[in-house]
Design a protein around this ligand. Sequence first.
Ligand code: LHQ
Length: 264
Amino acid sequence: MAYEQLVVDRDGAVATVRMNNPAKLNALSDTLTRELTETMASLQDDATCRAIVVTGEGRGFCVGADLAALQPLYAAGERPKLSGFLRGGYNNLIPLFTENPKPVIAAVNGVAAGAGLSLALACDIRIASEDSSYLMAFVRIGLVPDSGATYLLPRAVGHAEALRLSITGDRIGAAEALRIGLVSTVVPADRCLGEAQELAARLAALPTAAIGLTKRLLAEASGATLPEALELEARAQDEAGATDDHVEGVMAFMEKREAAFTGR
Ligand code: LHQ
């Protein structure tokens, strides 16, 4: 499918989704937000896709809301309720990452700002280019964090660092992002997408249903008591135990051979 501000490639079971609004560092125009939402929804339902890489074209990963869309409204004295942008846009997009049963890997190729940082946080793993940078830009324009950042950032870096980044709006580099746990690996710029795609290919060959259930369980357990988590695990283990990949994993182990997982 041809998109205006998105490029989607497939290599076997791995889909690579590139945000493609490079002149604005991949700001989330209405078009990009819609195309990204449609794509993530369709990949979620596509059984042949078993891992997703998200990256940006050019020198930006994604810099959040397209502020050029707000300028004419404000210049005309209009004051639209911003919750409309969220409920009609980003609030539908973020769960397509976090609740997507397939692993989603961010190849953070450049600056990630505002809702663009939220998007990176909504991915399961962040591979960072050494020239990437990160800022909770919201406060710089008098706004509060949105698109899940209030939930996802403290879970990645802890409350204190989340608060520091959110109220200062400071831009940090890849080394600091690695130190505080915002990203999991830093690689040379020319290796960023390749590393993410290799990791995605590795994950795509694992039991996909177990990965999806694990994502769901960790999300549910973060608001649960231990007894509740134990019960959620038991129920999810019934689902995992009913997959072909579970049987294949056990049989391959006992037969001392490589398992051939199918995602079923
Ligand atoms: C941009 C943007 C951008 C448009 C760079 N929009 N053009 C918000 C509002 C409404 C509803 C609810 O939710 C939200 C959520 C949010 O995401 S709020 C946060 C929005 N994002 C920002 O405030 C970030 C604004 N951008 C920046 O501060 C800088 O561009 C950073 C620090 C990201 C990068 O700086 P530089 O590397 O120096 O690049 P640059 O500033 O020169 O940007 C390059 C071009 O991209 C430039 O255009 P130009 O025509 O001058 O070359 C920028 O205007 C454009 N651009 N961000 N968000």
